[in-house]
Design a protein around this ligand. Structure first.
Ligand code: SF4
Length: 228
């Protein structure tokens, strides 16, 4: 049987070193899942994998060792359970978040609902390059927001936004330049503006930080400051 690894990747199945095996990435937002969701992941791992589940550094669930011939059965199970697979490539990626003020005593902002709101609006949106977003509840920065294209950090019960970070084969530190925003609506407006700015101006494969370098930080700052 010929395996179309590229097509399977677009459905969340990543070809392993063992070419007839695939590692399935599931989509989560904000790093919190229900126990029902976890039970379904366990069922897939036990039935079609080798009883292993891996947690990625961006809080996604990954189930390795699924045979190519079982991909259709797994997809049917995912569809029945209304579980989405991870989508990679040049898109808005899943939102990473710490537990935030709803649980953590250090938290300055609520993170879970914000992560879900961003995820529901933007996850999977086609872009010139990938765009990663992270939210962290306080200065302890458990979600490492500066390593993301867009980072949100809780400060004095408000939101400090970081722009242009990335972490991978290239690394750059995201920078804040706006004052701490006190309203969540303004944060969402800035995100909307930034995503639209990115779509309108970035070239293929150009991450937000590089776009800001090319267009000039002053121009980007001026545009964003106009939103808030
Ligand atoms: S970043 Fe702060 S609020 Fe979030 S989990 Fe870490 S200590 Fe808690």
């Amino acid at each position: 049987m010929e395996i179309d690894a590229t097509a399977l990747k677009s459905k969340g199945f990543f070809q392993q070193v063992q070419k007839d095996k695939f590692s399935l990435r599931l989509c989560t937002s904000g790093g919190t899942i229900s126990t029902d969701y976890l039970k379904k992941a366990m069922e897939i791992a036990d039935t079609y994998g080798v009883g292993q589940i891996h947690f990625t550094t961006r809080q996604q669930i990954e189930i390795p060792y699924i045979p190519a011939g079982k991909v259709d059965a797994v997809q049917q199970l995912l569809s029945a359970a209304k579980i989405k697979a991870f989508i990679g490539g040049p898109r808005v990626r899943t939102v990473v978040a710490c537990l935030g003020a709803g649980v953590c005593k250090f938290g300055q902002i609520e993170t879970g609902d914000l992560a879900q709101a961003i995820h529901d609006t933007y996850f999977g949106r086609e872009l010139p390059a990938k765009l990663k977003i992270a939210i962290t509840g306080c200065k302890n920065n458990c979600a490492k927001v500066e390593a993301n294209d867009l980072g949100i950090r809780g400060v004095d019960h408000g939101y400090l936004l970081y722009f242009g970070g990335c972490f991978g084969h290239e690394t750059r530190v995201g920078k804040p330049f706006l004052p701490v925003l006190k309203e969540k609506d303004k944060v969402l407006k800035v995100i909307e503006y930034t995503v639209n700015f990115f779509v309108s101006n970035a070239t293929k494969g150009e991450r937000l930080g590089k776009l800001i370098d090319r267009m000039g930080m002053d121009a980007f700052k001026e545009a964003i400051e106009g939103v808030v």
